[in-house]
Design a binder for this molecule. Sequence first.
Ligand code: DQA
Length: 142
Amino acid sequence: MKILIINGPNINMLGIREPDIYGSENYKTLCESVENHAKELGVEVSLFQSNHEGALVDEIQRAYGVFDGIVINPAAYTHTSIALLDALKAVGIPTVEVHISAVEKREEFRQISYVRQAAIKTITGKGINGYLKAIDFLVNYK
Ligand code: DQA
């Protein structure tokens, strides 16, 4: 099984950005945790991060016919991007939406998620562990 892990804008700033909200672990730790977990499960993972909406769309399109699952944290684009929603719908790959923070308990503008319409599951507020739970979910998803 091959899973693509996509992270949107400012996720590369983990550990520096608002640690009270996003924790003190950095992006490198996120990548290593995901890679170690995938290895234990015998799953192949590829990690991609970009601050650019179009680059994220390109990556989702490239996943077509290559990956069996997508884990995506679109970050701020969660709340704005119809382009990401359309790309996920276009490729039709089972997708889990992940947020490090509990977005449902935060500002009003974070209550909207466009990509959620294309996701089979949403995981929020579990920190980096949310990505591992998302992988577990995809592995068990029939
Ligand atoms: C986030 C939540 C978003 O609202 C925010 O814009 C992010 C990160 C999260 O992982 O909790 O950049 O997706």
